[in-house]
Write a protein that binds this ligand. Sequence first.
Ligand SMILES: Cc1cc2nc3c(=O)[nH]c(=O)nc-3n(C[C@H](O)[C@H](O)[C@H](O)COP(=O)(O)OP(=O)(O)OC[C@H]3O[C@@H](n4cnc5c(N)ncnc54)[C@H](O)[C@@H]3O)c2cc1C
Length: 376
Amino acid sequence: MYETVIVGGGAAGISCALSAAAEGANVLLLEKTNELGGTVKKALIHTIGGLFDDQGEFLNTGIPMELAQRSGDACSYTQKRRIGKTWVLNVNPSTYADVIMDWIKSRSNIEVRYAATVTATSVDAGRIEQIRVAHNGSTTEIYPHALVDTTGNASIVRQVDTGLVEDGAAMGGFIVQLRGLAHGALQFPKGAGILMRIRKAVDNGELPPECSTVWLDTGVYPDEAYAKFSVSQEDCDEVHMGLAGQQLLAFLRTLLGFSDAFISKCGAPCSRDAGRIKGEYCLTERDILSGTRFPDAACRASWPIEHWHPKTGISLEYLPPGHDYDIPLRSLQVAGFSNLWAAGKCLSAEPRAQASARVAGTCWAMGEAVGKHITG
Ligand SMILES: Cc1cc2nc3c(=O)[nH]c(=O)nc-3n(C[C@H](O)[C@H](O)[C@H](O)COP(=O)(O)OP(=O)(O)OC[C@H]3O[C@@H](n4cnc5c(N)ncnc54)[C@H](O)[C@@H]3O)c2cc1C
């Protein structure tokens, strides 16, 4: 009954489901939590990277372009925005979540099961023959035509064979959404001055060490800002980080323009790289820097190598002007399998290649390509 089973309702999974459904497949989308949206929704990402090249033109048309259009239609504050040498879509994470819910609901051949996952798989001659799906306290056996792991952590592929997954190699993050700021409170050069005051407050013990690498970004609405904390994979404790967010807020409220600021939402601490599949091809840093073209190109990407190294912290390497690269379908196909795929941040890539390819807009493009390929 279901030709296509997609596990994980984040950027890549939603796009993959929409794409496979558009090709006429009956799609089962499994999500382990009670909501769609993945990292963008739960971590509070408001700057979708990977949709545009360095001139602000769409890198990929189709579903990623439609996402931008739908997000703009849903909220007039959604804007294309220049950050450094890149362009992003500035969108409120709640608007993003509403857009994808409406979009998914409009496709009658996509069934979404929440609090659901795959608990067992059986393999025969390089094919996933059968899967067991747990949902609502019962299990169902399904014989999928294709199984796509869009879990962001390759957990389904790991279940098939742990040897088919590389462990993650990046720092995570924790984001706090602030509202109630005076207009222009972070306007240049005020933002830089505030960051210096935060660093100084950490040095003299007024603020906890967790605030030492905090970054403040303007939001989507005029009274909004996002405070972004870096966290190690081991230190992703929501309560602990929530406390650091409260302490930061108390400090900010003493500064000009922040007296009425409040925490509107705390994101969940999330990992930027929670494991990558071993695919038929592993995308390399060299492919990215040299702009390798592949005959089986799934999509184009051009985000800088934004590597949150677990020990040395963030490094940002821009690609040359006008440069983009291909992500081949083989880096989304699990090695040795004909019907087991992955899309999104758990693609097959070197850590520094993943550090470019993992941005949400690129995950949308990968998902679309896999959805189309497996149903074509
Ligand atoms: C702190 C931080 C800041 C970031 N900032 C930006 C930014 O500014 N711009 C940008 O474009 N990108 C940013 N990213 C990266 C980007 O958000 C993610 O890489 C991208 O959204 C990943 O999409 P995905 O679909 O691959 O995975 P996810 O969005 O993680 O989706 C995976 C989904 O699978 C579900 N799932 C997991 N395991 C299972 C299972 N076993 N069964 C069923 N469901 C399962 C999860 O609940 C989740 O809904 C950031 C990431 C982090 C962590």
